[in-house]
Write a protein that binds this ligand. Structure first.
Ligand SMILES: [Zn+2]
Length: 285
């Protein structure tokens, strides 16, 4: 050991164990990952269970995924993983801000969505309450019946509108942020389940029109809105690539398209990140 290192160890600025293991002084050796709001981070290799602060979930085929809600506060959080060997490791998750893109509909044609009647308001509240348990974090989830990347919700799938998370105004009135990605597809095109799963809800809703929600296990739910029609019912098991309905323009829309969204462990995330090679997701290092 040279004199400087010796002095640092003696003065307590550098611990001997840190020196011996080749680590830098306390804190700087901690593993970390930076993930933007609405995106997904991962920790690969021999993972069994994963946690983000107080929320815990199982790994998917040995990898921990950390879906970050589009509205999760930017900042530093603690994540951890339990390996198949029983080892518990922690890392720092840095959530970075992703500003929402404005999207305005100045002359929205369906007036019932601009001046919402008390009946429709009541209906929308009831439907939101029905959907809430499906899209919220659950402490206990069914085993995953998917792996990443998931399949495409249409074939071929055109480029999305890039409007995930958009801050929207309809005729000048601010509304909730856009929870999915819109794909420009013509009416009656088949809509496909992106993975094996079980239909949780298939119903006509005020805002989402004909909507299908599929549970893929591990707390992953996929959503398909504004369908012309759907061909599945709640409780039904579906396969990856199976037709579940047709593209339409029901609900709050200006024209035919597919709205595709995903919720994972209660987080509303950009579904595009589940369609890419998971090796391209930001990784804990
Ligand atoms: Zn949409």
């Amino acid at each position: 050991m040279n004199l400087l290192l010796n002095a640092l160890v003696v003065s307590g600025l550098l611990s001997l164990s840190a020196f011996q293991t080749g680590q830098t002084p306390a804190g700087t050796a901690q593993k970390s990952v930076r993930v933007a709001q609405g995106e997904v981070g991962r920790w690969a290799g021999n993972c069994l269970r994963c946690s983000l602060e107080k929320r815990v979930w199982p790994a998917v085929n040995g990898t921990c995924y950390y879906p970050i809600d589009m509205e999760m506060k930017a900042g530093s959080y603690t994540i951890s993983r339990r390996t198949t060997g029983g080892k518990l490791e922690t890392a720092q998750l840095i959530v970075t801000e992703k500003p929402c893109r404005p999207e305005d509909f100045p002359n929205f044609p369906k007036k019932e969505y601009i001046n919402v009647s008390p009946e429709n308001r009541k209906r929308a509240t009831r439907e939101a309450a029905e959907v809430k348990p499906l899209i919220s974090y659950q402490a206990s989830v069914r085993p995953a019946v998917f792996d990443l990347p998931i399949g495409k919700p249409a074939s071929p799938l055109p480029r999305g509108e890039g409007n995930f998370g958009a801050c929207r105004t309809f005729n000048g009135q601010a509304r909730d942020r856009h929870t999915g990605q819109d794909y420009p597809l013509t009416e009656s095109k088949p809509v496909l389940s992106v993975a094996n799963g079980r239909v949780r809800l298939a119903a006509n809703q005020f805002y989402s029109g004909n909507a299908v929600y599929i549970d893929h296990g591990n707390g992953l739910i996929s959503e398909y809105f504004h369908l012309k029609s759907f061909s599945v019912k709640p409780g039904q098991t579906v396969q990856k690539g199976q037709e579940i309905g047709r593209v339409g323009q029901t609900g709050r829309v200006t024209g035919p398209h597919l709205h595709f969204g995903v919720r994972w462990h209660g987080a509303c995330i950009n579904p595009g990140f589940l369609l890419i090679d998971p090796a391209d997701l930001p990784e804990v290092k």
